[in-house]
Every structure is written in C-alpha cells, then in structure tokens.
Design a protein around this ligand. Sequence first.
Ligand SMILES: *[C@@H]1O[C@H](CO)[C@@H](O)[C@H](O)[C@H]1NC(C)=O
Ligand SMILES: *[C@@H]1O[C@H](CO)[C@@H](O)[C@H](O)[C@H]1NC(C)=O
Length: 349
Amino acid sequence: MGSFLLRIVVIRNALLTLVAGQEVFDSPVRLMHITDSHISLANEAPPRSSRMHAAFSRSRNRETNAFTTPAQEFSRLVNLARDWNVDLVVLGGDILNFPSNRTMMWVLEQLRLTGKDFIFTSGNHDWLLEGQRGAARYDADRVSELSSTFRPFYEQSVSSVSSCYNNLGYWDRPGIGILYGCAVVKGLLLLFVDNSNFQVDSDQLEFVRVQLSNVAANVPVVVLLHIPLMLPGMKLPPKELCGHQHWGAATDVLWQVEDRPRWPSGNLQSTLDFRELIQAHAAPGPIVALLSGHTHEDAAVALSPEERCANGTWTVRSEGGRERVEASGALQYTTHTAAEGAYRLLTIY
Ligand SMILES: *[C@@H]1O[C@H](CO)[C@@H](O)[C@H](O)[C@H]1NC(C)=O
Ligand SMILES: *[C@@H]1O[C@H](CO)[C@@H](O)[C@H](O)[C@H]1NC(C)=O
C-alpha cells in the first residue's frame, strides 16, 4: 500500500510539473547521442574485470582506422558537442565497461569541462562486474550499482532537474530519475527508460503512459533506451533486442562467458505493452525518434508497425551515422559504438 501511494504521488507530481513547466518548442533542438563507450581506465577488479577491460583496452577510430582508446574518443566527442554547441549530450548506456568509481568520476569530469548538459540511461555493462554466478538474478546488482556508483550521474543529469517532476526518487528504492525519467530541452520532451536488463517494468510503463497521454500538441518527444526494441526490420538475435519473442533462458548465450545467472524464462508483459505504447504514439503522434545503442552498429528502422512513413509535424535529421536520414515519420535509431569514435547528431525542427 505504501509503495502504491508513493507511486501515485510520484506520477501526479510528474503530471503537474510537466503541464506547469511547459515551454514552447524552440526549433531546432540538437541532441548528440553517445553510447557504448566501454571506458575502463584500469583493470581494477581482476580477475572479474579482466575480460571486459582487455576487450576495450584499445580500439580503432572507425573513420581513420587509427588506434585510439575509448576514453580518448569520449573526450573528443564531448569536445565536439561543445564546439558544435549541441543542446544536450545523450548518454545511451555502457559508457562504463564495468562499475568503477574512478572511471565514473573521470567521465563526469570530461562532461563538466565542456559545460554541456547531459542525460544518462544505463547499459547492461555499466552495472555488471562479471563473475557472480552465485547471485540471485542476472541483474542482481543493477539497482544497487545505479544508486551508488552511478548516483552522481543521475544527480548531475538534467533529468534530476524538476522540469518533469519535483525530485529524484528514493535512493533505496530507485525509480524516477534513475530507472525512468525525463527532461525538457527547449520545449522538446526527452523520456528515458532504463531497459538495460532487457525489460520494461510496470512502473516504467505507467510513467511513460502518463507522460504521453498528457503531452501537449506542440511538444515533440524523443525516447531514449539502451537496448533497441524488436521491430519489423530488426534481424538480430535476442541478446541484441528488447522484446524479442525468443528472449529468455534458452537463448541466453552469454551467461557462462559473463559468469552470471541465466536470464529468466521470457519477457514481461509490460515490456511488450511498452513497445505497443511507443508504436501507437509514433509520429504523426508526439514521438519523433527513439535513440538506442547496445548493438554497436548503426541502424534506422520505422517505429510504426505498418511503416506508414507518416508525415509528422516535425522533421528529424540524423548525421554521424553511416546512413544520413531525414524523416518526418518516427524512426528507431541505433548508434555505433563510441569506443570507435562514433556518435549520432539528431536535429529536430
Ligand atoms: C563507489 O562508491 C560508493 C560510495 O562510497 C560505493 O557504495 C560503491 O560500492 C562504489 N562502487 C564501486 C564499483 O566500487
Ligand atoms: C506526405 O507529404 C507529401 C508531400 O506533402 C505527400 O506527397 C505524401 O503523400 C504524404 N504522405 C502521407 C503518408 O501522407
């Protein structure tokens, strides 16, 4: 009962402040999406951190093919965000290679030096230190890591500011501002949902439902996830997608490599309902774009099931990805790994 009441209050606050704090959409809005950097400054917790640290100890810049490091590329990208004067840096998860306070502080310092506002949603590697076969669940450390190691990310993110709700959730029961949240950027509403465990729970679903059913007609919405939604046209295995019909214990190919408990048997109903909700509100509804990462590959696919190529009110231009896209219907964008210096610049106008 207590938590039910808390949820009502949190959601009502979300509603009141969103309506009260409405700004006029100040076109254009430019978002720089940086995802899957996989930064680890050191192999801090061997042997459990060794595999991931070795996998990303150096990389190659995908444009120049020169050797580089994920950290060097991250600095370069946030400096570009400053030079280009983007409105918001959108961090899509797996920015860290495994949980580390040292790496977390370094990343925040890079952002602070540029003076750029940012928003963050976590990825599956941010909170996973491999080698926990004895844990109760595959995502056992997610909430505890997000509310300890990653707490400064959420506190310094624009999602902690009360344009959509009055305050961050409780740290012992993370919810608003951590597992889901929003920010208003020049009149554009950006919603994030942490699906780094491949699922969307009923609180997250309810939050997004309330936001979408109350958004004013002149407010475009961008949704941020770590793991892309399974949509028609996405031909990837369950480990790459959220809502894949075969996701579950039988298709969990990494549990031994990552040395953790297996995924449960299948998707939550709320995950499938979330996808339906997003599709139902895609342009010409309010949602103009969905940003995701996780796969380390560029992609852009239609959000609407029937690919109606709808004429929305707004246009979204995407640059930086391998494909240059200009769309008035809503697309799900997946952005190549920033460990190789990739990014996506979305302009909504
Ligand atoms: C980071 O520091 C916090 C606060 O001291 C602590 O709770 C957390 O466990 C630390 N994280 C890691 C990965 O060591
Ligand atoms: C979108 O607009 C263009 C140009 O105005 C028009 O030719 C096209 O038929 C429209 N498409 C839809 C699906 O309404």
